[in-house]
Design a protein around this ligand. Structure first.
Ligand SMILES: [Fe+2]
Length: 200
């Protein structure tokens, strides 16, 4: 991934707070921008985890949960078409559409070592923690004959300690992200397995 730092720290316009895409509009954008099924599935999985986390762990209302879901759904929307400009293009698109700045900041900070933007809100910190782990857990499920069925946290943790497995997933990023939240890695892995296993 040849990403560039964004070189900015302010995203969107505060007067757009509360402006959200509908979930249908977000899926439309995704279908248009992301022809790759595998990548679309990744975003749907991250979105499902984000929405569930907001509702179950943050006692968020429906509108706040939709914000978390939208950030998850759109965080890699430009990755397939603009790999060298990920995630600048989707950020500018959402700014053009006058979308809530919290969603845009969340997307901008989902990889601080790549984009140079620090996660600040709980939503920012959770997308950072969920993103890489979600992809890693999916890879761990795919190599099993029964996929997610019977997939245990301890086998995911063991694979994390095996550098050759899904080698492109940065263990440093995962450790850094988990160090910024107060949920242990084991618990987050279980949460992700439970909430993404049925997403298709
Ligand atoms: Fe991602």
């Amino acid at each position: 991934m040849a990403t560039h730092t964004l070189n900015r720290n302010s995203f969107g316009d505060p007067k757009n707070a509360g402006n959200l895409l509908s979930i249908e509009e977000a899926h439309e954008l995704l279908n248009e921008w992301v022809p790759n099924d595998r990548l679309r599935l990744h975003m749907k999985q991250v979105a499902a985890n984000m929405k569930a986390w907001a509702l179950e762990k943050e006692q968020a209302d429906e509108k706040t949960a939709l914000k978390w879901e939208l950030a998850g759904l759109l965080h890699d929307a430009d990755w397939e078409k603009y790999p060298d400009d990920h995630c600048r293009v989707i950020i500018e698109e959402l700014e053009k559409r006058n979308i809530d700045p919290e969603i845009i900041h969340c997307i901008a900070s989902h990889g601080p070592s790549y984009f140079g933007v620090e996660p600040i809100s709980k939503m920012d910190k959770m997308i950072y923690a969920i993103d890489e782990l979600s992809g890693f857990i999916h890879a761990a499920a795919l190599i099993r004959p029964t996929r997610y069925e019977g997939l245990e946290v301890k086998s995911v943790l063991k694979r994390l300690k095996t550098p050759s497995f899904a080698a492109q997933v940065s263990r440093d990023d995962i450790n850094d992200a988990v160090s910024r939240i107060d949920t242990p890695l084991e618990e987050l892995v279980q949460f992700i397995i439970d909430h993404q296993k049925d997403i298709s």
